[in-house]
Design a protein around this ligand. Structure first.
Ligand SMILES: [Fe+2]
Length: 576
């Protein structure tokens, strides 16, 4: 019978569990998600101090378990047969296995690999075995290293032990780095491309700080790249210890020295630097966040915190040694930070390009709107107001923020086709003839044709083309009915009509808001989508406020408006 001793070393995402049995050493590496930390802790606690039976085969592969007390007293004959079969399987496969062998027990069988015929170690796991089995099965990596032989001399054991530990540490660190990079990639994938690099840093750096056991992890964004009025760089910091801003900058300047943009690891920097920024600091790593096209900033890690559980127990093993000083940063941390910096820098560069593209696109859109306003000065501001009203209605319909912004952009561009309508029709100070009205009715199709080649604006096309459709099919250009009409177009139709009715035009004054609202209610279901009309009225106070702030013309009083020809208003509404 052997006595297993279990110790563990853990950092975020990965645990290395060492299991010693006299003459043998097993190392299991578990990768787990952060939320499973508590379960993994319990898993290790369950193993602490447990006793394993070392079983030797009789002959090549058979086992005789009749004299093993822990089995004899606990298991039925049937369960014993199960255990024998399990031991045989583990001996031939060389892989550890956990298997239920009775109502209350799981058997955990581990191969002793130094000699294929030497045997297995067996433990009955009786406490909440289903959960333990689930934990073991969920581990993304469960591996056993070659163990030591008791026949080796003490020196050989020590040497092999160190090699084994070094190998296990390296595997563990590689796995930690891979796990971390996978998490980082997932975070980037989840984020919209418009998210700033600061936002990404804020999301991912606390995990990196925890993984490195650093006191502080600091992200410094260079002034030159931020382009802000402030001359001070942006500093974002995480970790249990806060470093004063002035010290952060002093440390970065000192560590950079003349070596420009290189990764620098300094342990016990006070030996080298007399600058006040290093007061009380034992170790630090500085990594540039840069791409080939320029530097975005810096990542600075300060001081290493010894994890409470880290290599906490050696159980008197004199050969036990750590491979990295508890308080020094090394290649592992530098490598993790460099990998993170590369991802941050490249994401920052993409954010910058995306931002530039956005500015360019908004400039193009604004130019188009200005062109419409210049051509049809009587409806100046109409596109902006329709866009604002539409966004309010979209929010009332509980559309996601991104969709609400799409509705807003569609509102800005909905009448861009008026650029193609002759001036004498657009500016005619009076009622339109049928022929002129037919020309006006071309503007949705003209707008569609103007915009259809702009790939980034493809989402506005349905709204632009169909914002004059009516629910009863009487609209244009396609006479669509009900939900055949795209949602953005149905929203725009309400906002567009309301603004057309309440705005002054060359041939009539706008009607008062209460009258326009009454028309909207009357046309709900026939002209306009009832849900959009309802949403309009739920946010009508906001729309009235916007209308009063954004209107380039005044809203008339009821008495002034009563003089207006109602037929002309109806035409204005349809033309809008
Ligand atoms: Fe229109």
């Amino acid at each position: 019978m052997g006595h297993y001793q279990v110790t563990s070393r853990r950092s975020a995402g990965v645990r290395m569990v060492r299991i010693h049995v006299p003459g043998y050493l097993g190392i299991m590496i578990q990768a787990y998600q952060d939320q499973q930390t508590a379960e993994s802790d319990r898993f290790t606690r369950e193993l602490m101090g447990t006793r394993f039976s070392v079983l030797r085969p009789v002959g090549a592969t058979e086992f005789d378990l009749r004299d093993v007390p822990v089995l004899k007293d606990t298991l039925s004959a049937l369960a014993l047969a199960e255990v024998i079969a399990l031991c045989r399987g583990v001996l031939s496969s060389g892989q550890p296995q956990l298997k239920r062998i009775s109502e209350k027990n799981f058997a955990w069988v581990v191969p002793l690999l130094d000699d294929p015929a030497s045997g297995v170690a067996l433990e009955l796991v009786g406490t909440d075995p289903d959960e333990l089995a689930e934990l073991v099965n969920r581990s993304s990596l469960c591996a056993w290293t070659r163990e030591l032989s008791v026949r080796s001399s003490a020196t050989e054991i020590s040497s092999q032990y160190e090699q084994l530990e070094a190998y296990a540490s390296q595997v563990s660190e590689d796995l930690e780095e891979l796990t971390w990079l996978r998490n980082l990639a997932n975070n980037l994938e989840l984020s919209e491309s418009g998210n700033s690099v600061e936002r990404i840093a804020e999301t991912v750096l606390p995990s990196l700080c925890q993984l490195m056991n650093a006191h502080s992890l600091i992200f410094v964004r260079d002034v030159a790249v931020t382009g802000l009025n402030s001359r001070l760089p942006i500093i974002w910091q995480t970790g249990p210890v806060r470093i004063p801003r002035r010290n952060c900058l002093a440390i970065i300047e000192a560590l950079r020295g003349k070596n420009a943009d290189r990764t620098v690891v300094k342990n016990f920097p006070k030996r080298e630097f007399s600058d006040g920024g290093f007061e009380g600091i034992e170790s630090c790593v500085l990594v540039p966040v840069a791409t080939a096209s320029g530097r975005l900033g810096w990542l600075l890690a300060v001081d290493k915190e010894m994890a409470a559980e880290s290599c906490s127990r050696t159980f008197g093993d004199p050969s036990y040694r750590t491979y990295m000083s508890e308080r020094e940063f090394g290649t592992f941390e530098a490598s993790l930070m460099s990998a993170t910096a590369v991802v941050l820098a490249s994401h920052g560069r993409n954010c910058g390009l995306f931002h530039e593209k956005e500015i360019l696109l908004r400039g193009v859109i604004r130019s188009m709107i200005n062109a419409i306003d210049a051509k049809d000065s009587y409806t100046c501001g109409h596109s902006d107001r329709v866009a604002e009203f539409s966004r309010l209605i979209a929010r009332e319909l509980s559309l996601p923020d991104a969709k609400c912004e799409e509705v807003y952009m569609t509102g800005l561009l909905h009448d861009v086709g008026k650029i193609g309508v002759p001036d004498y029709v657009l500016k005619k100070p009076g009622r339109l003839t049928d022929a002129e009205f037919e020309l006006i009715k071309q503007h949705p199709v003209i707008g569609y044709e103007i915009l259809k080649h702009l790939e980034n604006l493809s989402y506005v096309l349905p709204g632009v083309l169909h914002h004059h459709e009516a629910m009863d099919g009487s609209g244009y250009p396609n006479g669509l009915k009900g939900e055949e009409i795209p949602l953005y177009a149905r929203i725009l139709a309400v906002a567009d009509s309301y603004d057309a009715m309440t705005s002054n035009r060359p041939y009539r004054r706008g009607m008062p808001t209460d009258k326009a609202e009454a028309i909207l209610r009357g046309g709900s279901g026939n002209q306009w989508d009832p849900q959009c009309v309802d949403a309009f009225f739920r946010t009508v106070s906001g729309i009235r406020l916007l209308a009063s702030q954004r209107s380039s013309t005044y809203l008339p009083t009821r008495s002034e408006a009563s003089q207006t020809d109602s037929l002309e208003l109806r035409q204005a509404c349809v033309n809008g």
